[in-house]
Structures are given as C-alpha cells and as structure tokens.
Write a protein that binds this ligand. Structure first.
Ligand code: SF4
Ligand code: SF4
Length: 78
C-alpha cells in the first residue's frame, strides 16, 4: 500500500532524504508521495521511513493503493 501525506504536513523536509526510492517531493506548500514510486520501504527497511521520521504523523497508508508485497518489491529502486 503506497503512503500519502495529509494536510498536517509542516513541510519540514525531514522525510525526503530518508526515502530509498526518491518518492517524496515538495509541491507548493506541502509534500507529496509519488504512489508509483512508494514501496512502503519493503526490501529496504523494516518499517516505512517517512512514517518513522515525520514529527507530526502526517504520513498515512493510502486506502486507494492497496498492493501486494510483490508489487511493492517491484518498486524498489536499488
Ligand atoms: Fe519512501 Fe518508504 Fe515513505 Fe514510501 S514508505 S514514501 S518508499 S520512505
Ligand atoms: Fe511533511 Fe512529515 Fe515529511 Fe515533514 S516529515 S515534510 S511534516 S510529511
């Protein structure tokens, strides 16, 4: 399941360098996750790094992007 950033985001930029797939980017006043790149960190980390580091809990699972472990692994870039 790809993740998404909600309105609570304070644009602190902390999550961007943590993403192994360069899936997070600034967009106007907030930050967004490219669902086609987000692997939920499967194959790279035990948990989703953006969720771990976000100080305001602004990253949540996107219920519209339910994926299997195989689909998530296929998005791993390195
Ligand atoms: Fe990047 Fe992992 Fe967050 Fe997805 S869960 S946006 S791959 S840090
Ligand atoms: Fe927004 Fe959280 Fe990322 Fe900071 S770490 S830019 S608050 S989503």
């Amino acid at each position: 399941m790809a993740l998404m950033i909600i309105d609570e985001c304070i644009s602190c930029d902390v999550c961007v360098p943590e993403c192994p797939n360069e899936a997070i980017a600034a967009l106007g006043d907030t930050y967004v996750i490219d669902a086609d790149r987000c692997s939920e960190c499967v194959g790279d980390h035990e948990s989703s790094r953006c969720v771990d580091v976000c100080p305001v809990d602004a990253v949540l699972p996107d219920p519209n992007r339910v994926e299997t472990r195989e689909q998530l692994l296929a998005k791993k870039t390195a």
